[in-house]
Design a protein around this ligand. Sequence first.
Ligand SMILES: NC(=O)c1ccc[n+]([C@@H]2O[C@H](COP(=O)([O-])OP(=O)(O)OC[C@H]3O[C@@H](n4cnc5c(N)ncnc54)[C@H](O)[C@@H]3O)[C@@H](O)[C@H]2O)c1
Ligand SMILES: [Zn+2]
Length: 333
Amino acid sequence: MRVLVTGGAGFIGSHVVDALQAHGHEPVVYDVRENPAADVRDPVAVARALAGVDAVCHQAAMVGLGDGVADAAEYVSRNDLGTAVLLAAMAEAGVRRLVLAGSMVVYGEGRYECPRHGVVRPGPRDVADLDAGRFEPACPVCGTELSPGLVGEDAPADPRNVYATTKLAQEHLAAAWARVTDGQAVSLRYHNVYGPRMPRDTPYAGVASFFRSALARGEAPRVFEDGRQRRDFVHVRDVAAANVTALEAGTRGGALTAYNTGSGEPHTVGEMARALAAAHGGPEPLVTGEYRLGDVRHITADSARLRAELGWKPQVGFEEGMAEFARAGIQGA
Ligand SMILES: NC(=O)c1ccc[n+]([C@@H]2O[C@H](COP(=O)([O-])OP(=O)(O)OC[C@H]3O[C@@H](n4cnc5c(N)ncnc54)[C@H](O)[C@@H]3O)[C@@H](O)[C@H]2O)c1
Ligand SMILES: [Zn+2]
């Protein structure tokens, strides 16, 4: 298959390119980082890039939490306008297969259970609670501390920041494209992706990258809140393999199918910091109690559907993946 990989010069996209090549496909990189003319928002350039293409793997996006709302227009432009231009060009070119880089952020706080009220959906946490070190969301009905559960693909969407909103809109745009063109659209809702070539600590980078950079400077990784917030850290090679699997699999035409893409093994951010620090040889992480507005407490998805329906299975374990990541930091890779 000849596959246009938007964002193919990025962290995840570059691994998708490698994985496609390893599977005998022909990836075509489309990324402004590599070529300033290769912007997904440019209809003429996109149309040209789609010539002879069998499928599109859409990774290009502006990522991270950003600075609140000042950069909202840039997120919407790159992520949603960019996706709309791409989809219109695909419809015109007759390209019927799309795999989209989705995200767990579309779920917001995810799934929680109250011992008395069952499954509930807590709203954003109060600043007063966060300032007082009360990090666990409380039951919106009775205020009892909640226990986090695994979020399935059918959970209601609840984007809590600009980036999350644009990632959700991408899916809706792709679903509309699929309906109109009878196209096959898959959204792989990635968990926290980490591994080689992860961007360095910019305001847009992931937490594993911040910790690794701190360790490389000889400083303790600074763990926000109480360190017990749960995430699913999935290795970038496993995410790349999921993309190849989804590109190769025929999915239902005329619809978007969403798959949570995680390791299936939730860990706390504190555990991740300790694993990296141990592999690096110290210093030990520091739990600071700081917080970022817009961060959610726990996000752990159930990735069973991707395993059951497409036969994907993550290969890189947590300890092994984190150790490799920490060592790559030392080498400056
Ligand atoms: N890293 C994660 O943990 C994570 C989690 C969930 C979802 N995602 C999604 O995965 C995808 C890839 O993210 P990443 O972590 O590799 O980020 P990245 O920043 O390394 O890669 C994104 C790439 O997209 C390119 N790009 C941005 N705007 C573009 C435009 N207008 N036209 C063409 N190219 C453009 C950038 O140059 C960059 O190379 C994104 O869609 C992101 O939302 C990432
Ligand atoms: Zn309750």
